[in-house]
Design a protein around this ligand. Sequence first.
Ligand code: ARG
Length: 464
Amino acid sequence: MKKKAGTDKPWGGRFTEKTAPAAETFSASVHFDMRLYRYDIAGSRAHAKMLAKTGLLSGAELEQILGGLMEIESEIASNTFVFRSELEDIHMNIEKTLVEKVGQAGEKLHTARSRNDQVALDMRLYLRDESQHLIALLADLQKGFVALAREYMGVMMPGYTHLQRAQPVLLSHHLLAYYEMFSRDKARLNDCLKRINVLPLGSGALAGTSLPIDRDFVARELGFTAVSANSMDAVSDRDFMVEFLAACGLIQIHLSRFSEELVLWASQEFNFVEIADRFCTGSSIMPQKKNPDMPELIRGKSGRVVGNLMALLTVLKGLPMSYNRDLQEDKEPVFDSVDTVSQSLAVMVELLSGLSFNREILLHATQEGFITATDLAEYLVRKNIPFRQAHAIVGQAVAYCIANGKELTDLTLEELQVFSAAIAEEVFEVLSVEGSVNSRTASGGTAGTAVMLALEKAETDLGI
Ligand code: ARG
């Protein structure tokens, strides 16, 4: 068949004009969707095998296609492939090159397929890999927290609410709180994987195909656990990407919360922790400075990761059925979140191994601020005083201390008994930081016994 004069695009049959250069530049996506090439080729391979199985390709044609795809894959991997932006996207770049390599057989590859189901397939294959990669990085990070919790087991520090000293806790308890957050992040990605792992190929442009295809065969070839149920939904569904971006958002927020703590703790005001020099930078003007730039950047990058979720949701808002070119805008936010979150996780894993906590300073910080006042109230409850009354009694004792520049632990038994006759000698054990921590034995609490159980469970779950 002779091509019309106007255009040389694979879809150019009905066109009489070349695409305007501005339109070509504006719509090209190959400079970013080239990242999908392995998945595009894997999808084409499975599709071609299926076409051969159902008789739409001959055995010889299949061999030619598979050979051509293999060459293209190694050319892209070795940076010798020439990408052409006039061919818009990765799909047409590969297909056109295949036709140039193997001729007519290559022209049959797109049988019973559209770029609409093809691009949905590529993104699902891509996110399946990237989700697993993030899950592995999250496990590495958890191992880092668990190692620190083990190393500093027994070290006490103030626990905070409202960033005010509240009750003493074990540093390990604080660190294992992050272990829990990242466990949920792994669970969220695993849950998202169930929706990712559905085959959209076979949906055609939007309405399915009249040609004899075998979707179950393709699903098996590519390791999908299900095939999509509705062709119109399958080519326009980006829910799995929204879920993935939301999961990334939470990972980055969790990283950001810990980063904020590191920034605070590394300040001279707190001086709880020293971050290894290799993760800090200096100032170009102030010679004494050592700045915690890595946690600051991780914290700062939450802006773009949250933004990527909002960007995709906004792209989807109000889209009529089914595929619309707007959907090409789904990729850059996803790629950016994959890059940002995986880099942030990798940096944080290393950063953890370069932290050294100041045990004495942490302990010293628990000695001020009436941090065991709640223990005194609970002690009075054990003496049969209703909690509200106990709270008021301890409040008065604290007010007395403030007025006299003392801590609760500085008061004599006689001074304490002014506030309640129920107070006896054993109160000093109750008021001690160690007594306080070790009394919180209920599961999930900060007593050494409870934290040790949590730590051992975490180690078992991580296979340590
Ligand atoms: N580059 C496109 C995208 O990312 C591929 C699908 C284009 N389909 C179409 N009919 N123009 O969405």
